[in-house]
Write a protein that binds this ligand. Structure first.
Ligand code: ADP
Ligand code: MG
Length: 396
């Protein structure tokens, strides 16, 4: 079904309710420590302002449990302050997201002005996708726009439920870009399509692996999950993290890859340590097998080279999951090596997953990728081939 984007709608004079993802990290003083999510929503917000809409923004922040102190700890005020700086215009902050006070603020809102509603999750009805609450939110809006990709995998009142009760609906530019890359670029990829998959656990990535094996020409496996695959093949892995109860599953995945003639590459060498600590001695093991007493904590240099060659020959590259314990310097080379190889490639390069995106950010290479997904869980569910309620709700 066609995804309508905000720029397809006439917005002048209308109450345009934009669900954004302002779930930003705060320091103990309540200041925004990383405004990336706010900046990611700016194109859609600016478009609505310039189109002379009455702009109503709504988001959740954290996980309020209904305690009174949550009201002060998890207010969207810091986000309102930061947004106002970024827009160089006033942002009115409501003290709630529903109720008579909010209705009055909306009635008084002028064209081109911005109102930010207070944390949606102060009401448990938001996450329950309560119909009456969804209707309340919808009563504030002529147009509903979803630009909160990070929560698009959740069917909550503001991310999906209220869409039924508004006249017009559309996706924001951020959601559109995510769908374009995670959906279209990976759904009908330019070939060869190479996937790089890592991270801590096979069990987290079963569906991702299955879906990628169905679509990619090669899947390069790294990270801790690689040791479960190696052990499943009978290769000794020392003290490396292994999911013993997933060995059979790993075997099935290997068989499926073979049956589909997809190259599933596993590490041929490793960077190991006696324990997963920054201070542990870094030992390069030039073999598939890992000696007793050592843990695999990163892919080795030969493996990195092989994966780099695959990336260099690809027209589409998707990466999810770090190649090692990259948060600690001795085990970060594989992960940053993959990031650099992708950054240097002219292919359609897409990164999904919270920790993988953080690694690309840390390497300063976000702008060198075609797309780094802003949604951790949402991007993985997308790659698993699932329909995201927040995207579906935007469709006509
Ligand atoms: P993403 O968020 O990108 O989907 P995951 O959450 O699956 O990625 O995995 C990320 C985590 O996996 C990182 O914190 C990283 O340190 C860890 N990890 C990767 N390889 C190893 C390893 N060999 N040993 C221990 N932890 C690892
Ligand atoms: Mg993660």
């Amino acid at each position: 079904m066609a995804l309508k984007t905000i720029d397809a709608l006439e917005l002048a004079g209308k109450r345009v309710f934009i669900r954004v993802d302002f779930n930003v990290p705060l320091d103990p003083q309540g200041r925004v420590t990383d405004d990336a999510r706010i900046r990611a929503a700016l194109p859609t917000i600016r478009h609505a302002i310039q189109a002379k809409a009455k702009v109503i923004l709504a988001s959740h922040l954290g996980r309020p449990k209904g305690k009174p102190e949550d009201r002060t700890k998890l207010t969207l005020e810091p986000a309102a302050v930061r947004l106002s700086e970024l827009l160089s215009q006033d942002v009115i902050l409501a003290d709630d997201c529903v109720g008579d006070g909010v209705k009055k603020l909306v009635r008084d809102l002028k064209d081109g002005h911005v109102l930010l509603l207070e944390n949606l999750r102060f009401h448990p009805e938001e996450e329950k996708n309560d119909e009456a609450f969804a209707r309340e939110l919808a009563s504030l809006a002529d147009v509903w726009v979803n630009d909160a990709f990070g929560t698009a995998h959740r069917a909550h009142a503001s991310t999906a439920g209220m869409a039924r009760f508004v006249k017009e609906k559309a996706a924001g530019f951020l959601v559109q870009k995510e769908v374009e890359y995670l959906g279209k670029a990976l759904g009908s990829p330019a070939r060869p399509f190479v996937a790089i998959v890592g991270g801590a656990k096979v069990s987290d990535k079963i569906k991702v692996l299955e879906n990628l094996i169905a679509k990619a020409d090669a899947v390069c496996v790294g990270g801790a999950m690689a040791y479960t695959f190696l052990k499943a093949q009978g290769v000794p892995v020392g003290r490396s993290l292994v999911e013993e109860d997933k060995l059979e599953l790993a075997r099935q995945i290997l068989e499926r890859a073979e049956a589909r003639k997809v190259d599933l590459l596993l590490p041929v060498d490793h960077v190991c340590g006696a324990e997963p600590k920054e201070t542990a001695e870094r030992v390069v093991v030039n073999d598939r097998a890992i000696p007793d007493g050592l843990m695999g904590l990163d892919i080795g240099p030969k493996t990195l080279d092989r994966y780099r060659q695959r990336i260099a020959g690809a027209k589409t590259v998707f990466w999810n999951g770090p190649m090692g314990l990259f948060e600690q310097k001795p085990w970060s080379e594989g992960t940053f090596g993959i990031a650099r190889a992708m950054a240097a490639s002219p292919a359609v390069t897409v990164v999904g997953g919270g920790d993988s995106a953080a690694a690309v950010e840390q390497a300063g290479l976000v702008d060198k990728m075609k797309h780094v997904s802003t949604g951790g869980g949402a991007s993985l569910e997308f790659i698993e081939g699932r329909e995201l309620p927040g995207v579906k709700a935007c469709e006509e």
